[in-house]
Design a protein around this ligand. Sequence first.
Ligand code: GLA
Length: 389
Amino acid sequence: MTAERRALLRDRVTQAYVDSYGEEPAMLVAAPGRVNLIGEHTDYNDGFVLPCAIDYETMVAIGPGSGSQVDVVACDFDSDRDSFDLTEPFAKQSAEWKNHVRGIAASLIDKGLSLLGANIAIGGNVPQGAGLSSSASLGVALAKAFTELSQPGALNETDLALTAQHSENHYVGCACGIMDQLVSARGLSGSALLIDCRSLDTKPVFIPDDLAIMVIHSGVQRGLVDSAYNERREQCEKAAAHYRVAALRDLTIEQLEAGRAGLDSLSYRRARHVVTENMRTLAAGEVLKDGDLSALSKLMAESHASMRDDFEITVPAIDRLVEIGAEYLGAAGGIRMTGGGFGGCVVAIAPKSRVTALEARVNEHYQTPDACHARFILCAPSGGVSVLS
Ligand code: GLA
């Protein structure tokens, strides 16, 4: 199934390249989306996250262009096109996909790389607007493609991820952390990655073969995401300043309680989410490796409650989905909202033998806002960015 999905994407992107530029691309690069198992809104607090790269990806076909000119065609946006010159400063466009391409080129140049002009075709199969990091996968794939065309081997995976994050932060305008880009660059097949977002050290956490990772799309489109996200980030920084720590990562639960006086209750709850979520994420890395589903189930339930009550980033439809899933799975699996919040998806981890019944249960009790069944996306933990042979 995965190989078939990749082959279809490869044909589509290669064909778009050939149609647009009249020759075969020099190279194809693919970078995956991701699902976060636990550790939400902890990355920009220098904390811990446990995502895995998934078998849905963005693909970039690239070849030399003329001079310093970059020409791009986007298969998923009605073959919309863009052209820009690498010697010109970054100019913001109204179509967001164009800002990702221009932003990656500008970020690589900021990093000191000399880029060659390029012809590019882009396509992907990461569901968009679901919180599965289609943008991060696009950024990482583009960073790798530009780099390999211009200065092969100049950047390692971590630098590719940092470049893609820089592009989001400085050119696209989203104050995201490093999780999505880092796992898209460094993901490992069959494993989740426990990432220390301060040191950027990653530790693979093997996901036992008999477990399924299911993403369930609530059908609620994620709204006001950037403003609410940036607001949470500011609230966390305010709380860190109150406790006089560089980031909430540095706060223990004891310090959180002991130093509470003088902090407003909203900032306190935001900080409590981050502190407890870091503890849960580290614990989840241990229990997942041991296949202890009952412990994982409890940690994921607590994570969801903390996102709902302390961090306030869930919506009623998402809470309902989690409740239905948890009622069926009990201690046999975990379920929680995943990603930035305010709609989007939940993630469940459970024995493969339970997938069909979980889907039936959700279909029986849950409807999307437009009265349809929720979309189930079964994901396999996958490897990070690669040049396809
Ligand atoms: C988005 C951001 C990430 C992370 C998550 C929340 O996906 O891009 O950096 O902050 O939200 O965990």
